[in-house]
Design a protein. Structure first.
Length: 403
């Protein structure tokens, strides 16, 4: 009888696998069907016996792309062979290497100084990453986001998914890094600041911050000016919040500019006509005015003068003809009174304007006036009485003569 040959199925399978692995080399392109997708990669069925692995890092040049977004079980794919291990019966594949490495000619396509459009991929404490094309991401360091000393949060400037313009600052092909600038792509708004914001121009802006010494007004992104306390109002300012608040839109006059140090000085009060000019033309010391007490201070009270929209100071010693130690106890906010002007200063060259008024002096004047009128009236009555007596005397004298 013929000899019997026993062949192991396992050995046959191993022979087929080794035969296949010997038939391909690195660089070959093979076709297969995705069997399963894991976090670390995807298994691709190449033949009945051979399965290859596409590592997650070999799916796309864009490392932010997740493998499960590209490959799904049952997908038919073409892949490039990047590794063959006959002994261990393993084959490594790559999808991305079927395409050109985007970093290969990065310096030619993204030269230093060029401006490109990209999409914000992620925001980190030290800046944000921008994809300028698939597989090419660059970092916009926080120092390249803002002009000047702006202290905004990055999330207030950009959000993930935003399309932005960026300027290439540095390219490192070996390390595959790209340094970008957001602010330089926008342009420095202080480059032509003197022509856009000349001294003496009235501009509109938003109050960005209220400080104890004044307010910061933002005119446009990265361009803001400072309004000192003395330039907020023509009137007394005890609390800035009583006059302006954060978020208010205001008009301001540019009074000085320092481009080198990125500083601009503004005036809120000088954006409107000086009300003290009319006061100086129409009023003088000794005149009487009416007004309303708006607030009390340690040494007296502040009065809003009717018809002129200016504030005058009422010293505590001038509130009453009686001794007053505390203004709060002698006068009420909102009360309307008549006052006498006892001091008036208008010196715009030295930026000095003030008015001091008195209720006490007004009351004294009124008492004096009433007394004078009473005396006048009494004098008039005495004159009339004497005239009548004289007439009677004349009458009696004439009667005696006729007898």
């Amino acid at each position: 009888s013929a000899p019997r040959i026993v062949v192991s199925l396992k050995e046959l399978k191993d022979l087929r696998i080794k035969s296949y692995l010997k038939s391909i080399k690195e660089g070959y392109v093979v076709t297969g069907v995705v069997e399963s997708v894991k976090k670390f990669g995807a298994f691709v069925k190449l033949t009945t016996d051979v399965t290859g692995l596409i590592p997650a890092s070999e799916v796309s040049w864009d490392f932010s792309v997740r493998i499960e977004k590209i490959l799904k079980p049952g997908d038919k794919v073409e892949a490039k062979v990047i590794g063959v291990d006959i002994e261990n019966k393993k084959i490594s594949l790559s999808l991305k290497q079927l395409q050109k490495d985007p970093w290969q000619d990065i310096e030619e396509r993204f030269p230093v100084g060029s401006v490109h459009k990209g999409k914000v991929k992620s925001i980190v404490p030290f800046g944000f990453f921008v994809a300028v094309e698939d597989g090419i991401e660059g970092l916009v360091h926080i120092s390249e986001v803002f002009w000047g000393n702006t202290r905004k949060k990055l999330q207030e400037v950009v959000k993930v998914g935003d399309e932005v313009l960026v300027k290439v600052k540095e390219v490192n092909k070996e390390k595959r890094t790209l340094s970008l600038s957001y602010r330089e792509a926008l342009g420095d708004p202080w480059d032509n600041i003197e022509s856009k914001y000349p001294i003496g121009k009235i501009v509109e802006g938003k109050v960005a911050k209220v400080l104890p010494t004044g307010v910061i007004v933002e005119l446009e992104e990265y361009v803001s000016g400072f309004v000192p306390l003395s330039e907020i109002s023509w009137n007394f300012v005890d609390k800035i919040d009583d006059v302006v608040k954060e978020g208010d839109v205001v008009s301001a006059l540019i009074i000085s500019m320092d481009r080198e140090n990125r500083r601009m000085r503004l005036s809120l009060k000088k954006a409107s006509e000086d009300p003290w000019k009319r006061v100086s033309e129409e009023l003088k010391v000794g005149d009487y005015v009416s007004g309303t007490v708006t607030r009390t201070v340690k040494s007296g009270a502040i009065v809003l003068v009717d018809d002129y929209n200016i504030e005058a100071f009422l010293p505590v010693s001038q509130i009453s003809d009686k001794k007053v130690e505390n203004a709060d106890e002698a006068i009420e906010i909102g009360q309307k009174h008549q006052f006498k002007i006892i001091r008036l200063v208008y010196d715009p060259q030295n930026d000095s304007r003030n008015m001091v008024v008195s209720i006490r002096q007004y009351l004294k004047d009124m008492e004096k006036k009433e007394a004078e009128e009473a005396m006048k009236e009494l004098s008039s009555e005495d004159s009339a009485t004497l005239s009548l007596g004289d007439k009677l005397r004349e009458h009696f004298d004439s009667d005696g003569a006729s007898e």
